[in-house]
Design a protein around this ligand. Structure first.
Ligand code: ACO
Length: 269
């Protein structure tokens, strides 16, 4: 029987996807990387999925790449196998970065090295105070690759990113939140309730606007002000071509019906 490396359930509009190798601390082997791409594929266009949450079974979120199966065994097969394994890992992280639905990392435990790829790919991240994060690459003699260095440079201050990468020291969820590696940290027993609350906020919003917004936040970070202004005009007009009724309805319920205030919440879609 093949190991079920990824588990998922869909409940009330939320897809709960879990790394499912708890006995290996959810480290990512090639089988997991292939399977999770299939799972993401299957969930992306489902009408009953509005938000995707990524968490881990057991004590880990993910202990990074599988040092045995992803590195040692793959390298023994030669460069072609290495490139294929990298493509599979980086491929699902990229897919997740631009996913059609908003995504939330729910970091319940260990998060190391390669785990920073999917952590960054998720639009929002909430961690348990008890979770432990490290760029542990330096501890076993490599640099933080697979985008991990880019992730910390994008999210942390240069000093914190440098310290984190050079020392490989663990930080807990609280410090990860203080460093802005995650949005918030809270006690593990409250984590799922808070993530559900945030997912439910997102489920009330217009889904076309959510996808346009999440892409805009990532894209404009690399643009000049003028380029961003231009991109955002075009992105809104493109969104209108999919869903012009949504925004008209949003205006109507505020201006004509006076049934809600956009400053205080979402219109009734
Ligand atoms: N690669 C391969 N196997 C792993 C990994 C990993 N990244 N992480 C855990 N495992 C395996 C262990 O070898 C062990 O296997 P075994 O039961 O066959 O002996 C099993 O998972 C359980 O691990 P333990 O170390 O016994 O679990 P413990 O709870 O004591 O410690 C911890 C957890 C701290 C996460 C530890 O497993 C660890 O340090 N893992 C490596 C973390 C890491 O540095 N990952 C690489 C980051 S760099 C990168 O991703 C590119």
């Amino acid at each position: 029987m093949t190991e079920e490396t990824v588990a998922f359930d869909v409940e009330n509009g939320i897809a709960w996807v879990r790394f499912n190798r708890p006995e290996k601390r959810n480290c990512m082997n090639p089988a997991l990387n292939r399977r999770i791409m299939e799972v993401l594929d299957g969930l992306e266009y489902r009408d009953d999925v509005g938000v995707l949450v990524l968490s881990g079974e057991g004590s880990a979120w993910s202990a990074g790449m599988d040092l045995k199966e992803y590195f040692r065994e793959t390298e023994a097969k030669g460069l072609g196998a290495v490139r294929k394994a990298q493509g599979e890992a980086y491929g699902w992280w990229r897919r997740l970065r631009w996913y059609r639905k908003p995504t939330i990392a729910m970091v319940n435990g260990w998060c190391f090295g390669g785990g920073y790829g999917p952590l960054f790919a998720c639009d929002l991240a909430f961690a348990a105070d008890e979770a432990q994060f490290a760029l542990s690459e330096i501890n076993w003699g490599i640099l933080p690759g697979g985008g991990a260095t880019k992730v910390v440079v994008d999210l942390l201050s240069m000093r914190d990113a440098m310290y984190h990468a050079l020392t490989g020291e663990l930080i807990d969820g609280r410090k990860a939140a203080a460093w802005k590696l995650v949005n918030e940290s809270l006690p593990l027993e409250k984590l799922k309730a808070r993530v559900t609350e945030v997912a439910n906020i997102l489920l009330k919003k217009n889904p076309v606007a959510l996808k346009a917004t999440k892409d805009a936040v990532r894209r404009v970070a690399e643009m000049t002000y003028d380029n961003a202004e231009d991109y955002l005009v075009r992105a809104q007009e493109a969104a209108n071509s999919y869903d012009n009724d949504g925004r008209k309805e949003g205006i109507r319920q505020f201006i004509d019906e006076k049934s809600y205030k956009p400053g205080l919440g979402a219109y009734d879609k």
